[in-house]
Design a protein. Structure first.
Length: 117
């Protein structure tokens, strides 16, 4: 797997993305080659949260002019990561008819990356 810091580049902090944090949705600029699975695993490793789903979109660059010269800004990829706000310990079946639970505890918010609820 690729390094999680190479997949998630920076957060997108706007008025709309801050409102979505109340619903457990966090918005990031991600690498253009990253898949939804890689983005979800990177969020779980970096922030210690349980990811429910990942929505991605490609955004094309805008045309810009500087005097006579015209150019274009870089295109980029955005990901909206929905985390589980009420993580439960998972139960699974063991051989012999016993059940086991995972002792993994997940956080319910991402506070390290400039987000606050």
């Amino acid at each position: 797997m690729k390094d999680p810091h190479d997949i998630i580049l920076k957060p997108i902090i706007t008025e709309q993305s801050m409102e979505d944090t109340m619903l457990g949705k966090y918005t990031f600029v991600v690498a253009k080659h990253a898949t939804k699975t890689e983005i979800g695993k990177a969020c779980e490793l970096l922030f210690g949260v349980k990811v429910k789903k990942v929505n991605t979109m490609h955004l094309i660059g805008k045309k810009r002019r500087m005097g006579k010269t015209s150019g274009r800004t870089s295109s980029w990829k955005k990901a909206v990561v929905t985390i589980d706000l009420d993580p439960e310990a998972g139960e699974y079946a063991l051989p012999g008819g016993k059940t086991g639970t995972s002792a993994k505890r997940y956080k319910t918010e991402i506070a390290e990356f400039g987000f606050g609820q």
